[in-house]
Each structure stands twice: as structure tokens, then as C-alpha cells.
Design a binder for this molecule. Structure first.
Ligand code: V47
Ligand code: SF4
Length: 417
């Protein structure tokens, strides 16, 4: 039997070069696609027009060859994950994003949850015995969650557990709380860093182009404001992620414009770690009439992101959003990171109809998921430091740990939505 684990990185890279050569030698290959394959082979950056051309004309197999070539050149088979959990302070929100299945409008706030500082610290403390390395904090926007509240939350978490990385909030919250506190973005981000914020997740980006953003983003910060807050954060020497919500009313040109703006900011600061395309899920929201894109389109999108975003080190597939099988497939289409164990602590995607209604994977399950498709599992910290290489790890030698049970979020009655 072919043992994928024994194929060396050099052999695989040679195989991928051969695969590109085969494409280039195919006389039936369209001239535009031929030119793009050549550019990828020579590590040349694609233009906006070439990005759109890929979306419009490139078949899945072709995209897979190019994206996997880049992925394996950068990372070989290495596939990253982390041990994390989410903390969602509230699902009530002032804004009215049309894709959001999660938020309860301010008028129906009795249907949602609003956690106090003490309740949030209780959740944090329930993980004291768990080997998690990151808490990802994100939720709705409400006046009581202000600059003072989040400063206290971050500093209390850091004081309680210094080894837990605080990855929290997005420019959507920061824009709101800084405006309310009458501080500039620069001053606000400096205060957040001082309070203990360590990195920013990629949310709230959606689609930057105003033609689309004005229709879907419910009055929250603009694309320029989102980018500016990340830029200031990077200038403080800190890291963040970026997302793109695709597969709703946007056109291919809007996706490429979005990626182009991120690529330009990355040229300037180098502060982004990973790009995370997020597939629009259509249940329980105001865009439920729109069909979801297919798994083939998801894979094409990952691959084009890998090819286009040449200055992003990592492309992440968020498994609770697309399910485990597509996450496995994505590893052959440019993805090298599948996020974390999650522990059933987020409701954003399950409420929007994703396959994973109670997203939680043990470390062993994540490792098996990655190994099953011939890749090399690495547990990382938030900043991509290696925590544990699991390629030859023997789980049977580990003492069996009795799980303490999930830290449940309040149950939402969807019939009231
Ligand atoms: O900004 C909301 C998306 C995002 C829906 O940085 C939806 O590591 C699809 O950004 N269908 C928040 N998507 C989550 C996020 C994230 C997730 C995982 C990892 C990281 C990271 C960041 O969720 C929102 C929005 O784009 N979202 N509703 C929906 N119906
Ligand atoms: Fe509020 Fe975020 Fe939902 Fe928009 S996506 S309504 S900002 S919780």
C-alpha cells in the first residue's frame, strides 16, 4: 500500500512541479490559464484581472494543481490546528447584518444572552484544567460592552491565566467602543494592548466593496475603517487575521477587490497571519432566499485565495462552517490550517445552518482527520509557534482524561427568531 507519510517533502514538491509542467504542456489549455500557471510557477503575483479570470474560467482540477503547488512549497504537508474555545459575550446586537442568523435585534433582546464580567470569568475558569491555548472572544455590539468593560475583561483573563492567548473582537466592536469613549483608533488600540489584548481575529470584514457592504453589513464599520484598525494594530507590532464572507450577493469582482485590498495592506504591514474565506450559510437570516454555493465552489474559492494572496503565509478552512469532509478536501486546495478544537462554544454557524451543530473535536479527532488525508498535523499557538508535532504521536500512551463536560451557552429558541 502507498504510504503517504513516507513521501518526502522534496518528492512531493517535484511531483507538484511535474503537475504544473503537465498543465503547461497541455495544448488544449486556454491561453489565459496558461499564462497564469506560468506566473505561479515563476512565483509572480497575479493581477486583479487574472484573479477574476480564474473565478470565471478555471476548472477545479487546474486550480488544485496551482494551489497545492504553492501550499506544499510553503508548508509541505504540515497542517495546523490549535486548542481553543470561544467566548461570546452576547448575541444581541445594535447592527442588522442581513446574513447574520445569530444576533437578536435589540428590540428582541429578551430572546438572547448578555453575559456579565463575572459570568465570563466563570467560563474562563472552567477551562483551568484544560490544555487550551487560546480564547477567541466575539459577539454582538451593545452599549454596556464598552472600552472599560473590555479592558477589565482582558486584564482579568490575563491576570488569571497568563498562558491563555486573548484573541478578541473585531474592528466592528472597536470602531463602536472607541467612538463611544471619544478616543482615536490609535489611542484605543494602544489601550487594548495595554489591557492584555494579544491578537485580533479576522471577523467583520465580510465584503469591503461598498456596492455590497452597504446592502449586507447593517450599518457597521466600513471596509476602510476595518482595514485602518488592522493597520494601526499591526503598527503596534501585533498580529491579526482576515476573513471574507462569500457566496451571497457579491460578484467575483467583489471577492477579488476584497483580496486585493488585504494583499495591499499586507504589503505595507506584514501583520496578517492567515486568510479565512467564510462560506455564507443561509438558515435563519434575511438572506435565506439565496441558495448556498456548492462544495466545488468552496474548493475553487480556497484555491484562488491561495493563488492570489501570495503574501499571506496561511489559508484557513474553518471546519465548523464547512464541515469535516470539505475541510479535509480543502487541504488539497491550498489550505494549511483548519482552526481548532472549539469545544462547542460558538453558535454563529450552527444557527446559520452549518453541518456542525455542536462543533467540538478532540485533539485526537483533529489529528486523525488531518492524517486520514495524508497530511502532517501540527498543533500551533495563535501566533503559529509549534506546540506539538503529532505526526508520530502515540495517543494510547496518554493517560485517559475524563472530560469535565462542555461549558454550555444559553439555549436559544430558534422558533422565536
Ligand atoms: O464576520 C456570520 C461570519 C464572522 C454568517 O480569525 C457568517 O481565526 C457565514 O470571523 N454564514 C465571525 N458566515 C467569525 C470569524 C472567525 C471565525 C473563525 C476564526 C476566525 C479567526 C474568525 O462570521 C462574521 C461573518 O463574516 N458569519 N454569519 C453566516 N450566516
Ligand atoms: Fe451584529 Fe456581528 Fe451579527 Fe452584524 S454579524 S448583526 S455586527 S453580531
Amino acid at each position: 500500500m502507498l504510504n503517504l507519510r513516507r513521501i518526502s517533502h522534496e518528492t512531493k514538491t517535484r511531483d507538484m512541479s511535474t503537475a504544473i509542467d503537465t498543465l503547461l504542456n497541455d495544448s488544449a489549455l486556454d491561453a489565459g490559464l496558461h499564462q497564469i500557471a506560468q506566473a505561479v510557477q515563476q512565483e509572480k503575483r497575479l493581477t486583479v484581472e487574472q484573479g477574476i479570470y480564474l473565478y470565471e474560467h478555471a476548472p477545479l482540477g487546474y486550480l488544485g494543481v496551482l494551489a497545492n503547488f504553492i501550499r506544499e512549497k510553503k508548508h509541505g504537508d504540515k497542517t495546523y490546528f490549535n486548542r481553543n474555545f470561544h467566548l461570546e459575550p452576547t448575541n444581541v446586537c445594535l447592527y442588522t447584518c442581513t446574513f447574520c442568523s445569530y444576533s437578536r435585534r435589540i428590540k428582541k433582546r429578551e430572546d438572547g444572552w448578555e453575559l456579565s464580567l463575572e459570568e465570563m470569568m466563570e467560563i474562563i475558569k472552567k477551562y483551568d484544567e484544560e490544555p487550551v491555548t487560546e480564547v477567541h472572544i466575539v459577539g454582538g455590539v451593545l452599549p454596556q460592552y464598552d472600552l472599560e468593560f473590555y479592558s477589565q475583561l482582558f486584564s482579568q483573563i490575563r491576570a488569571h491565566r497568563p498562558d491563555l492567548h486573548v484573541k478578541a473582537l473585531t474592528p466592528v466592536e472597536y470602531h463602536y467602543i472607541f467612538k463611544k469613549a471619544k478616543v482615536s483608533y490609535e489611542e484605543g488600540m494602544r489601550l487594548m494592548k495595554e489591557a492584555g489584548l494579544q491578537s485580533m481575529p479576522g471577523g467583520g470584514a465580510e465584503i469591503f466593496h461598498p456596492e455590497i457592504r452597504d446592502q449586507i453589513a447593517g450599518g457597521k464599520c466600513t471596509g476602510e475603517q476595518w482595514l485602518r484598525i488592522h493597520e494601526i494594530w499591526h503598527e503596534l507590532g501585533m498580529r491579526s487575521n482576515a476573513t471574507m464572507l462569500y457566496g451571497h450577493i457579491e460578484e467575483f469582482k467583489h471577492r477579488v477587490d476584497h483580496m486585493e485590498q488585504l494583499r495591499q495592506l499586507q504589503d505595507k504591514t506584514g501583520g496578517f497571519q492567515t486568510f479565512i474565506p467564510l462560506k455564507f450559510r443561509n438558515q435563519n437570516n434575511e438572506m435565506s432566499h439565496l441558495p448556498e454555493v456548492s462544495a466545488v465552489e468552496d474548493l475553487r474559492n480556497y484555491a484562488i485565495a491561495r493563488i492570489y494572496m501570495d503574501n499571506f503565509e496561511h489559508i484557513k478552512a474553518y471546519w465548523p462552517m464547512i464541515g469535516r469532509t470539505t475541510a479535509q478536501l480543502s487541504l488539497a486546495f491550498g489550505v494549511d490550517d483548519i482552526d481548532g478544537t472549539i469545544d462547542d462554544t460558538t453558535k454563529i454557524y450552527s444557527m446559520a445552518g452549518s453541518e456542525e451543530q455542536n462543533p467540538a473535536l478532540s485533539t485526537e479527532e483533529l489529528v486523525q482527520l488531518i492524517k486520514a488525508v495524508g497530511r502532517h498535523p501540527i498543533e500551533r499557538g495563535t501566533l503559529y509557534n509549534v506546540v506539538q508535532d503529532y505526526q508520530d504521536f502515540d495517543f494510547s500512551q496518554q493517560p485517559k482524561k475524563v472530560k469535565k463536560g462542555f461549558v454550555g451557552l444559553p439555549v436559544i429558541d430558534k422558533t422565536k427568531a
